[in-house]
Design a protein. Structure first.
Length: 224
């Protein structure tokens, strides 16, 4: 996981925890919330890993018991080793495989969080999170204005908060932070939407960011 990718994800968590207008926060408060966010993520990752291990052990126990209690093995001498038996019905096995896939996804997420936590200690991640939050703080009116302008038929106050926060982070990068490739910002925004919101949200966010990029190009052309 690259530092800026981790920073965008932490920034999204940071934005979700604001309980007052962003203009009322200072940098020290931003850093304090980041630290608390990382601790929360780490604890959640540990809990998910413990749950995953428990689920995998339960599956192994199911397989062992299924083999031991098979009629062919019940008829064997007590001292004899069990012999492999046919798997259960596909309907039952499919459900257990789905559960295992879900566990794997949680493990991957936990590992990403662990990597994010490690990156946070380098300072690069934290600095970029603070830069994103500070940038939005300084330009919140204009950024929210863009969202309202292009979210046709939607009142910004009624948008799903996580979608709104993804847009705020992305627009801050697109308009006010130099040297960040447009494609990277949009791709990362869509990944965050798919991970934390919905596919519909990803499409909605992509549409608004595309219009923001078009407007930025038009403004840059006028200045030139």
């Amino acid at each position: 996981m690259q530092a800026r990718r981790a920073a965008r994800e932490l920034a999204l968590i940071l934005f979700s925890q604001f309980d007052k207008k962003i203009t009322q926060y200072n940098q020290a408060e931003f850093e304090d919330i980041i630290l608390k966010s990382v601790r929360t993520l780490t604890n959640n990752a540990i809990d998910e890993l413990k749950t995953s291990v428990g689920s995998i052990n339960a599956m192994k126990e199911f397989v062992d018991n299924y083999e031991t209690e098979s009629p062919v093995n019940l008829q064997r001498p007590l001292q004899a080793n069990n012999i492999p038996v046919a798997l259960p019905m596909t309907s039952d096995l499919r459900g257990r495989l789905d559960e295992l896939l879900n566990i794997c996804e949680k493990v991957v997420l936990a590992l990403e969080i662990a990597e994010m936590t490690a990156l946070e200690h380098t300072g690069e991640v934290k600095n970029y999170v603070v830069q994103l939050a500070t940038t939005y703080k300084e330009h919140s009116g204009e950024i929210d204005g863009f969202i309202q302008k292009f979210a046709h038929g939607w009142d910004i106050d009624r948008l799903v908060k996580i979608d709104k926060d993804i847009l705020r982070i992305s627009i801050a990068e697109l308009l006010y932070i130099e040297g960040v490739p447009v494609k990277v910002v949009i791709d990362e925004a869509l990944e965050l939407a798919k991970k934390y919101s919905t596919d519909d949200s990803a499409s909605f966010i992509n549409g608004i960011l595309g219009k923001v990029v078009d407007e930025k190009k038009a403004r840059d052309k006028e200045k030139a």
